[in-house]
Design a protein around this ligand. Structure first.
Ligand code: HEM
Ligand SMILES: Nc1c([N+](=O)[O-])cnc2ccccc12
Length: 290
């Protein structure tokens, strides 16, 4: 399968910055969502899940076709809760319906990370809405109850190496798990809406206890009320991952640099960009004194 980015010469960075600003202003405005965590984290998860269906074996899935908009994909149990992100983006799509769904889902995630004081993420437009028949089957997104071997194998399907896998998991500094969405619960402590390297610091500094939660699923809990999934905890069980976790816990700049490149790669998996395809770095609202 080949997906070639469609370059729309009528649209410039100003057009996309306008959409970015609309999303960013709405994140600021709708601040009460999920106990005042806000919509940032769930927008990041939508961008990641719409990209995480990619399979390098046949270049299928991924963000290009915007197939999350179809029932088969948005009703995948792995996508429980992302309806909130889709509903958040609906009015923005109505106002700017010249953008493709794939570009909108990924732009929303980039905006959410940057507005959470995370790194600048380069973003390239050109995804094209594909028909419902192009929707990937359920089951391509990762399960949380697994160890390091599973994590390594899963990320290999997305063409991600060990550093990229650890860096990407650092997005778990944002938001929280919700029993009704995924059967995992917490953290009850600082479920953050700021993008930092705290996930790695928590992993290394907290005492973790594996226990069954109210839904009977195993997760690691800490006395301070933090939690880790088994796939999170795997990053300090595996010696190679552990070394990278320590690097990112001690060097936020290194984490930011690697996250920015890995997240762009994740969002662009499966897409061929023609030579000279435009690549944008959006200004935050703060950069624009808004
Ligand atoms: C092995 C890989 C991964 C597994 C098993 C996993 C699993 C999960 C689970 C179970 C939740 C809770 C969902 C809910 O209950 O609402 C969650 C939330 C989240 N995940 Fe992951 N995840 C993985 C990788 C990633 C990656 C690569 C990113 C982004 C780069 C990411 C970003 C997020 C965010 C931002 C949230 C919070 C969402 C919210 O607060 O609504 N995750 N993840
Ligand atoms: N905030 C989180 C943490 N944490 O340490 O605060 C750990 N793992 C998570 C997994 C999914 C979503 C949020 C998480």
């Amino acid at each position: 399968i080949v997906h070639i980015a469609a370059i729309n010469k009528d649209r410039t960075i100003d057009d996309y910055q306008r959409i970015y600003n609309k999303i960013a202003e709405k994140i600021r405005e709708d601040d009460e969502y999920d106990g005042y965590i806000g919509y940032g984290p769930v927008l990041v998860r939508l961008g990641w899940h719409s990209s995480g269906t990619y399979n390098k074996e046949n270049n299928s899935g991924g963000s290009y076709g915007g197939t999350y908009r179809f029932k088969l994909e948005n009703s995948d149990p792995s996508n429980n809760g992302l309806q909130n992100a889709a509903q958040f983006l609906d009015p923005i799509y109505k106002e700017f319906n010249w953008i493709s769904h794939g570009d909108l889902y990924t732009l929303g995630a980039v905006c959410a990370i940057q507005e959470a004081q995370g790194p600048k993420i380069k973003w390239r437009p050109g995804r094209v809405d594909l028909p419902e028949s192009a929707t990937p089957e359920n089951g391509r997104l990762p399960d949380a109850v697994n160890g390091a071997d599973y994590v390594r194998k899963f990320y290999a399907r997305l063409r991600m190496n060990d550093r990229e896998a650890v860096a990407l998991t650092g997005a778990h500094c944002l938001g929280r798990t919700h029993l009704k969405n995924s059967g995992f619960d917490g953290p009850w402590g600082a479920a953050s809406s700021s993008f930092t390297n705290e996930f790695f610091i928590n992993l290394l500094n907290e005492q973790w206890k594996l226990q069954k939660n109210a839904a009977g699923n195993k997760q690691y809990d800490s006395p301070k009320g933090y939690m880790m999934l088994e796939t999170d905890y795997a990053l300090i069980q595996d010696p190679i991952y552990l070394k990278i976790v320590k690097e990112y816990a001690n060097n936020e700049a290194s984490f930011f640099k690697d996250f920015a490149s890995s997240f762009q790669k994740l969002l662009e998996n499966g897409i061929d960009y023609p030579k000279g395809a435009p690549e944008y770095i959006f200004k935050t609202l703060d950069d624009q004194d808004m």
